[in-house]
Design a protein around this ligand. Structure first.
Ligand code: PFF
Length: 421
């Protein structure tokens, strides 16, 4: 048993940190964080976000990794080990990543399309691409296949190895794009001011502080991969060589750094464009989910050949971030399937990704309809991606995160946990 555990786990502490940081850094950082920042009034949102990471995120992450490490098993077994009645929280911790895999893969497909299409130009393609079912299915397939190949390799030779190569690559590209953006000249200082100097009066249009704080909190949970089995499952692959507190700190710092850099890459470019082209930010759609897929391509297009090159690297970076995140989502479900049904890894991940792929088709069609002002496959008046995102983010994840903290603080006991950690 010891032998198999060793064989299945991360080879080193740093490998675990790279993999967990890979899970955390994703579309949440590069796509959601910048547009939520602009919805939340700029720098004030950034400040609230950092406070949420510091005061809620770090502790929750430590609890989740610890629950996994302690049990060396999937979320259901791990929660049951803490208390026999907690198995259902483990089950929810597996269902959430599965749901997220479905819609995350659709967005991942978009990022692959935008990368390969960078030289042809992405400005204005959102409507036609999102509406073309076969293209969306094709690029979703490519994205899932990339993830599948990595997860198939196993924890050490697949996930850990890929993360150790891809995460430094992502960081280098990010630094390059930020430098490029900061050197654009006109408009850059206004962009920086908007992003970094809090204007408390400007908080959301309707003075809705509660909504902004909740948005910052939800964003912190999602970005740090909390409130579901991801950190727990990766934690279950660590051994005593791993320092949990240090690792948690490093993962949180890296994730927050990438989110902050992403804003630093995007806002100066947006303000540069609005200053030089005389377009308003509202018209440019800065304050919505289209920031990455509609606004930025327009800005890149305006920069000639340099813009095409930067676009390619930028979207390649987004693909990397998304792949290293989706593998952690898939791994949660795969680990459970392997342990529960005693299947081999390749068959388990094959089944998981085939079902996720099948379910991603209606989600992709529904999203395409939303981008084209239609309502095909809408439920409760929203597209399926928004629906699934809302259910997981606002209901399931906070509840699961709460239980993770209660499990460590009261059931295992704060003192016991502190000693073990
Ligand atoms: N943290 C990822 C992001 O910011 O995009 C998304 C994510 C990955 C959430 C893995 C949850 C998870 F388990």
């Amino acid at each position: 048993m010891e032998e198999t555990k060793k064989k299945n786990g991360f080879a080193s502490g740093i490998g675990f940190i790279f993999a967990a940081a890979g899970s955390a850094v994703g579309l949440g950082n590069l796509w959601a964080f910048p547009y939520k920042t602009s919805q939340g009034g700029g720098a004030v949102f950034v400040l609230l976000y950092i406070l949420c990471v510091l005061f809620i995120g770090v502790v929750t992450m430590l609890c989740e990794i610890y629950i996994g490490k302690r049990a060396q098993a999937n979320p259901i077994s791990a929660y049951k080990k803490a208390h026999k009645n907690l198995g259902f929280i483990g089950l929810v911790s597996i269902i959430i990543p599965f749901i997220i895999t479905v819609y995350y893969s659709v967005l991942g497909g978009y990022t692959v399309k935008y990368t390969v299409n960078s030289f042809a130009g992405n400005a204005g393609i959102l409507a036609s691409f999102s509406n073309s079912k076969w293209q969306v299915i094709l690029f979703t397939t490519i994205f899932i296949a990339l993830a599948l190949l990595i997860v198939m390799g196993g924890v050490k030779a697949g996930i850990e190895k890929a993360s150790k190569i891809l995460m430094p690559a992502l960081f280098i590209i990010m630094v390059g794009v930020v430098i490029f953006s900061l050197c654009l000249g006109e408009g850059v200082s206004d962009g920086l001011k908007y992003y970094l100097k809090p204007d408390f009066k400007a908080v959301v249009h309707d003075d809705n502080w509660g909504k902004t704080i909740l948005a910052a909190m939800g964003q912190a949970f999602f970005s740090l991969s909390l409130g579901m089995g991801a950190m727990l499952t990766y934690g279950s692959y660590t051994d005593n060589k791993v320092n949990l507190v240090k690792s948690t700190a490093m993962i949180c710092i890296f994730d927050t750094l990438i989110a902050l850099l992403s804003g630093l890459a995007i806002f100066p470019a947006v303000f540069h464009y609005t200053a030089t082209e005389g377009v308003s930010q509202a018209e440019l759609g800065m304050q919505g989910p289209g920031l990455l897929f509609a606004t930025l391509p327009r800005i890149f297009e305006n920069m000639g050949i340099a813009g095409k090159i930067v676009s390619f690297f930028f979207f390649a970076m987004v693909v990397i971030a998304a792949v290293t995140s989706v593998i952690s989502l898939m791994e949660v479900v795969t680990q459970f399937v392997i342990q529960k049904f005693k299947l081999n890894r390749k068959i388990a991940i094959g089944i998981v990704s085939a079902i996720a792929f099948a379910l991603s088709i209606p989600v992709g069609i529904s999203l395409g309809s939303a981008f084209n002002n239609g309502t095909t496959l809408f439920i409760f008046g929203v597209d399926l991606l928004t629906l699934l995102d809302t259910i997981t983010n606002t209901v399931l994840m906070p509840v699961t995160a709460f239980f993770a903290c209660v499990t460590v603080g009261y059931i295992i006991g704060g003192k016991n946990a502190a000693n073990e950690i």
